[in-house]
Design a protein around this ligand. Structure first.
Ligand SMILES: [Fe+2]
Length: 574
């Protein structure tokens, strides 16, 4: 395809028509959740046989797993599955996924009496890392998940403790042991905090008439002399009080329960904020605006197209089976549907795109400096990847834009930026008036689509599919001040089998499918030979990043493979 900037197009009239057709095909439904979603998914954006085959395989694995779960007694199928076989293939596959998610409610709405009941749910599926480790009592593994788990984007470096987290020097010394002091840790920049204030007083839903629980904890960590991150204390709610103390590592089962509350909050950040909001919803708005404002022959749209594969179809499914009333988010996570949306909307609205890039985002959280936090796999693998993506995008853009002036006079890029920064869109849109500015913003979005989504989506299976390690909702109260909890109190915090199984099946669906790969474009996609040098360089960069990442990973206490280029998809496709 011949590509032109609008100002160089020899057929400006044809271009106007093409843009009008695109704007008609990709219209916004502004009523959905206060964010920009497409009113309908154009046919060419729908799932294809490759996608359906992958989903079919996942579904088969899940049905086989169900057949081997000894803790669960599944009812006989009332023609649900048999009926599906008679339908058109795409309806059958999507219907099968719906059937699986609907029938998980047939499991008992109770916690198992033994911890092993949760492990038994993972009968024939591969054992996730958390189950293999079994480490809800391992403080280092708990802290590790803040820097290399399913949601490694909460942790902040802090120079002082917030007023609502009253931890004094004596308590710090008791919690950490050895000769370390609060003053030294503060002075040396070794304090880190994860604050889940977004869930403060959030209304939670019910399951089978029982309330679900979610906490808004503050969790303090310290980097110790060996470079590792260790938890210091956890306060379950935002307002300090006698009945809301800071729990410490020496508090036995109460400490385990406090960590479970943090893990539960973390899983809700993953689902409600990071995955649906910051990855899927943001990308949908970006895709629609790109199609609506950039002509099909615009070089920028041509670069982006392979990074949009399947996303609109996936998001449509998410709207009808994940975030809808009775959908998986409504039934498996803690909040009410309305409360979840509010949190999602707030998170998306508070993000500023002039500092949403990987480097800027890490700096804003005070976790960019290796001297301060030597081991942060999400950063250590993420920054080289984000840099390589930026180099590639800029190299590509330079093929078509001779100067910054050419960017400034590109009316389609201007309209695109305006629409993206309009109502329901991106806040703090950067100025796209130079090659560097355009490449920077586009690279930031591509890192979101590839790198960030890869961690948030694909790490879920490893860390959250075994409920005791990272529950999707609480089902009983946390530790009570002045009362020594029992093992049964901790078990009562965990979700019932129906929720645990529903979540693990969803995470299996999400965690298995990779149908394209970052750095690989369809054959002949770039037929302009001037693009080849930048693309070849990008592929070399990715290969080098892969080697470095493997070497780093070999030295880590637990693996963090999620940003290895071999595992990165080019688009958000689950
Ligand atoms: Fe996803």
């Amino acid at each position: 395809m011949r590509l032109f900037l609008p100002q160089d197009d020899p057929n400006p009239e044809g271009r106007v028509h093409a843009r009008r057709d695109q704007a008609n095909a990709y219209r916004y439904n502004r009523d959905t959740l206060g964010m920009l979603f497409a009113t309908h998914v154009p046919l060419h954006e729908q799932f294809d046989p490759r996608y359906l085959a992958a989903m079919m395989q996942n579904a088969a694995d899940i049905v086989k797993n169900r057949a081997s779960q000894s803790v669960a007694t599944w009812p006989k199928d009332d023609h649900g599955l048999a009926g599906l076989a008679a339908r058109a293939p795409h309806e059958a596959v999507l219907g099968l996924a719906r059937h699986l998610s609907a029938t998980t409610g047939h499991l008992p709405e109770r916690q198992p009496t033994e911890l092993s009941g949760y492990a038994d749910l993972i009968a024939t599926l591969p054992k996730p890392r958390s189950l293999a480790h079994g480490g809800f009592d391992d403080d280092l593994f708990f802290a590790w998940q803040q820097v290399a788990g399913a949601t490694p984007i909460n942790l902040r470096g802090v120079d002082a403790l917030p007023d609502n987290f009253p931890l004094d020097a004596a308590t710090f010394a008791r919690a950490v042991g050895g000769n370390d002091t609060l003053d030294a840790a503060r002075a040396e920049g070794r304090l880190f905090l994860s604050d889940y204030a977004m869930f403060d007083r959030m209304p939670t839903g019910q399951t089978a008439g029982k309330p679900r629980y979610l906490w808004a904890p503050l969790a303090l960590f310290v980097r110790t002399a060996d470079g590792a991150l260790r938890p210091v204390g956890i306060q379950l709610e935002q307002r300090p009080a006698k009945d809301n103390p800071v729990w410490l590592p020496g508090d036995g089962l109460a400490w385990r329960m406090a960590k479970t509350a943090v893990q539960t909050a973390d899983m809700n950040v993953n689902g409600v904020v990071a995955h649906f909001g910051l990855c899927h919803a943001v990308t949908e708005a970006f895709i629609c605006a790109s199609h609506r404002q950039l002509a099909p022959s615009h070089p920028l749209l041509h670069l982006l197209l392979p990074h949009f594969e399947y996303t609109l179809a996936v998001n449509e499914r998410a709207r009808t089976s994940v975030v809808n009333t009775g959908g998986t988010q409504d039934t498996l996570l803690a909040g009410t549907r309305e409360a979840d949306f509010e949190v999602t909307n707030r998170a998306v609205a508070s993000e500023r795109w002039d500092r949403a890039g990987a480097r800027a985002e890490l700096a804003a959280r005070g976790v960019d400096d290796r001297r301060r936090l030597p081991v942060y796999p999400f950063r250590d693998d993420g920054v080289p990847l984000a840099d390589a993506i930026h180099r590639w995008v800029e190299g590509y853009i330079r093929v078509y834009y001779a100067s910054d002036d050419a960017v400034r006079t590109d009316a389609e890029v201007r309209a695109w930026a305006e629409e993206l920064g309009g109502p329901g869109g991106f806040h703090g849109m950067p100025k796209l008036d130079s090659i560097a500015g355009l490449a920077g913003f586009t690279g930031d979005v591509l890192f979101r689509i590839t790198g960030l989504h890869a961690v948030i989506n694909y790490a879920g299976w490893d860390f959250a599919s075994w409920a005791p390690s990272m529950p999707s909702t609480g089902f009983g109260p946390g530790p009570v001040a002045g009362k020594a909890p029992t093992e049964a109190d901790w078990l009562a915090m965990l979700p019932p089998l129906s929720i645990a199984n529903g979540l693990l099946e969803m995470l299996y669906f999400l965690g298995q499918t990779r149908l394209n790969r970052l750095g690989e474009y369809p054959t002949g996609h770039f037929d302009d030979p001037r693009v080849a040098p930048a693309l070849v360089q990008f592929q070399k960069d990715l290969a080098a990043i892969g080697r470095d990442s493997k070497a780093r990973d070999a030295a880590r206490p637990w693996s963090f493979p999620y940003l290895h280029p071999e595992l990165l998809t080019a688009s958000i496709l689950v």
